[in-house]
Design a protein around this ligand. Structure first.
Ligand code: PLP
Length: 387
């Protein structure tokens, strides 16, 4: 299933854990606990229970009939992560990690957030599981995302603005790691994407794999065969790795990750280190992580999950970039043609599907992972289109 090498936490030359010894001890313990519970039947039964009763899984694999007609080529299916409670795939991983936190006896959950989406998903689950919740967020981001700060507070979380450094996501991660080292006896760090030191990328993939576990069963039921291509947008890489996981060992299935052309880590990155792990990373002339920009806040990160870095260099997956204009057009087209307003992040995958579908035969099958719904982006798109 996995293309991890013998050394746990490595995907070829990528991954690993490059952190101070006091943090390494905490991560080693987390690893041990994760491997213990991941195959535990009671743990898995509880995970499935909450995915069903709280998240609302399984979600449909919708045949996009009119979109297929419009593009005039491959048959398009949409994996509907947008229909999950809280409106995106992030909750899958949050439920998995919070159940692990409970088993480990944690009383406090901490998390980082950039635009606020992972913070909101974490605050939601903490409310339901009655856990204390602290969200670290760059002070700059708390100003730009004031409504999400309020949302997290409404859910009972405490949002801590981080003023160090550039007061952005990276600084929020550093602050959360510092908190973890201080309070590891009572605290669980719930990381939001398939990035970070081992065991986070492996753990996040494990919990997000439910996406392709379902889509594979669903496409077999509907079409009696595997898809020809699976497309997903890539920020840190969690929805994409979940959408790819059960197809990695099926060589007939093309796996395509789609990035914003101004944060194209996999298309333009070089091997390097960020946040305690090795991956492809966008660097500036001085060798520091480059400033990135994306209209989709969830894709705005200069690093990328180590497994995607490995899938890229081995050629098992393809990574491509699309422009803001293409994304905005796809956002509107899916809304108008299918009555589904996608997240701007997800619209990246739609935009690239639009480029390849017409050139594929009508007997070909494409699955687009619709990672989230676009309600959160409607106001931003309104202002962009008025310009
Ligand atoms: C956060 C987010 C992403 C990007 O994160 P990944 O870890 O790359 O999946 C994509 N889509 C939506 C809707 C998100 O909220």
């Amino acid at each position: 299933m996995s293309n991890e090498t013998a050394k746990p936490g490595y995907f070829g030359e990528f991954g690993g854990s490059f952190v101070p010894p006091e943090l390494q001890e905490v991560l080693d313990y987390l690893s041990e606990q994760f491997y213990k519970f991941k195959d535990d039947p009671d743990f898995n039964e509880e995970f499935r229970y909450y995915l069903r009763e709280y998240v609302g899984r399984e979600n449909p694999l919708t045949y996009a009939e009119r979109l297929t007609e419009h593009w005039g080529g491959a048959k398009i299916y949409l994996k509907r992560e947008d229909l999950n409670h809280t409106g995106a795939h992030k909750i899958n991983n949050v439920i998995g990690q919070i159940l692990l936190a409970k088993r480990m006896g944690a009383k406090r959950v901490i998390a980082e957030t950039g635009a606020g989406q992972h913070g909101v998903a974490t605050a939601t689950a903490c409310a339901m599981f009655n856990m204390e919740c602290i969200i670290y967020m760059g002070a700059e981001d708390t100003r730009r995302q004031a409504l999400n700060v309020f949302r997290m507070e409404l859910l009972g979380a405490k949002v801590v603005p981080v003023t160090k450094g550039q007061a952005r996501l990276k600084d929020a991660v550093d602050e959360a790691l510092g908190d973890l080292v201080q309070n590891y006896k009572t605290t669980f760090y719930l990381l939001g994407s398939a990035v970070g030191p081992h065991p986070f990328p492996t753990m996040v993939k494990h919990f997000q794999s439910v996406v392709s576990e379902e889509s594979k069963r669903q496409i077999m039921e509907k079409e009696g065969r595997l898809p020809d291509a699976v497309l997903a947008c890539v920020g840190g890489g969690s929805n994409a790795i979940g959408a790819f996981a059960h197809y990695i060992d099926e060589p007939s299935v093309r796996l395509i990750g789609v990035e914003p052309d101004q944060a194209a880590t996999l298309t333009q990155g070089v091997p390097g280190e960020i946040h305690g792990f090795r991956c492809l990373v966008l660097l500036d002339e001085e060798g520091n992580p480059r400033k990135t920009y994306s209209i989709a806040a969830g894709l705005d990160y200069p690093g990328i999950g180590p497994e995607h870095s490995h899938l890229k260099v081995t050629g098992r997956a393809e990574y491509v970039a699309v422009s803001n204009e293409e994304v905005l057009a796809a956002f509107q087209e899916l809304s108008r043609v299918e009555g589904i307003i996608p997240a701007l992040e997800s619209a990246h995958a739609v935009a690239y599907a639009k480029k390849i579908a017409p050139g594929m035969g009508k007997d070909k099958l494409i699955i687009i992972n619709l990672s989230g719904r676009g309600d959160k982006d409607v106001e931003q798109v309104f202002h962009m289109l008025k310009k």
